[in-house]
Design a protein around this ligand. Structure first.
Ligand code: MG
Length: 385
């Protein structure tokens, strides 16, 4: 059996309401998904994290390397893609193209073998994963506090036991809002903060020290991802665990974060850092160094299912009778592609999401919804060229 066909789709959802974080404004969600079909007619779906049109061009570039390969030999295919892109893409969006294809091949492999991806990974240590809500962006840059309290209360009422808020608006503003959210949700809900590398080292130390008293689960991307040693120094100056890695790629990139003892928690985006094949290796690195791994997710429910299967397979070292909760990032911002593209829908019951035990990733695409969001060649050309 061989891989016979690769199709890409650029999907765009224009948002009803723009939202902001420390770096820029989101007014739409635009995502490249890929369908890989085998010679027996079975297919798998993948998605990449990064600028959709560049990702699509990367997949186009990789097609001759992947067509004709055996979808059951995902590591062989991964290595061929890696070698084909290494000279130009040790980091960056071409690796996200590799990731999207790799994920689609895992989904396809699972469907061919009639096994869930978690089983292919080695088995699910846990059947349910606790989601944390990613939200608390702001919609009005002049009045960011307006929606924060209502949104935080909504997450608690929906059953979330953890949530992550955006910081990076300026230290005094951040401290005010962190205090506001902690007072709103009370002491029993886990609260994390994410500055999306908005700060210098000194600023990050100052903010961390000022919000330590609000019991912060982790401080994500406090400073630029390039400063591995400053991350390490920051860890020594605050009691808040430091997290990062959503801008990092492959086991070789994560080795830098780990070697420099930069973070307490690594956050690879499986749809960018090398797909599931490489995530398994990054996970082994984290495990061998006693570092927690909580993947970054942002996109459609394809990516969320990828993370569910992967997290179910993370081994507790050494483990104990009452296992710790393993978290999955569950974005709550407006995104029709996350809510409507795939079925069955994601369900959170009693604050937990089940790991599907259906073949592959355990989802399929609603082709009507796909067509509704898919950009035409003309739209793509006029938007991106
Ligand atoms: Mg982040």
């Amino acid at each position: 059996m061989t891989i016979e066909k690769i199709e890409t789709f650029i999907l765009k959802d224009k948002l009803q309401q723009s939202f902001f974080f420390s770096q820029w404004e989101y007014s739409e969600r635009c995502i490249c998904v890929v369908k890989v079909t085998a010679s027996n007619g079975q297919y798998g779906w993948g998605e990449g994290y990064g600028p959709a049109h560049i990702l699509e061009a990367g997949i186009e570039f990789l097609k001759p390397t992947v067509i004709g390969q055996n979808p059951l030999e995902n590591e062989v295919v991964w290595n061929k893609m890696y070698r084909r892109t290494l000279d130009f893409a040790r980091r960056g969006v071409l690796m996200a193209s590799v990731s999207a294809l790799d994920i689609a091949i895992w989904d396809l492999k699972g469907k061919i073998l009639n096994l869930p991806v978690s089983t292919l990974l080695g088995g699910a240590h846990r059947k349910q994963i606790q989601p944390y809500a990613t939200g608390l962006y702001y919609t009005d840059p002049k009045n960011p506090s307006r929606d924060f309290v209502e949104e935080a209360k909504l997450y608690v009422s929906q059953g979330f036991k953890a949530m992550k808020m955006k910081v990076g608006l300026g230290i005094e503003t951040d401290v005010k809002f962190v205090k506001l959210i902690r007072e709103t949700i009370g002491p029993d809900i886990k609260l994390m903060v994410d500055s999306n590398h908005a700060y210098t080292f000194r600023e990050a130390v100052e903010l961390a020290r000022k919000i330590e008293k609000y019991d912060i689960g982790w401080f994500e991307e406090p400073i630029s991802p390039e400063f591995y040693e400053q991350y390490n120094e920051l860890r020594s100056k605050t009691t808040i665990p430091i997290a990062g890695g959503e801008c990092e790629y492959t086991r070789f990139g994560f080795q830098q974060l780990i070697k420099h003892k930069s973070v307490d928690i690594i956050q690879p985006d499986i749809c960018a850092s090398g797909g599931l094949t490489e995530a398994k290796r990054i996970g082994a690195l984290a495990s061998a160094n006693g570092i927690d791994i909580i993947p970054h997710t942002w996109g459609t429910a394809i990516g969320i299912h990828v993370a569910l299967h992967f997290i179910s397979n993370i081994e507790s070292i050494p483990g104990r009778m009452h296992d710790a909760n393993f978290l999955i990032e569950y974005d709550q911002t407006e995104n029709g592609l996350r809510e409507r593209l795939t079925y069955p829908k994601i369900k959170m019951i009693d604050g937990m999401i089940e790991v599907p035990n259906r073949p592959g990733l355990g989802i399929d695409i609603d082709e009507d919804v796909l067509r509704e969001y898919a950009m035409t060649k003309e739209e793509i050309k006029s938007t991106f060229v």
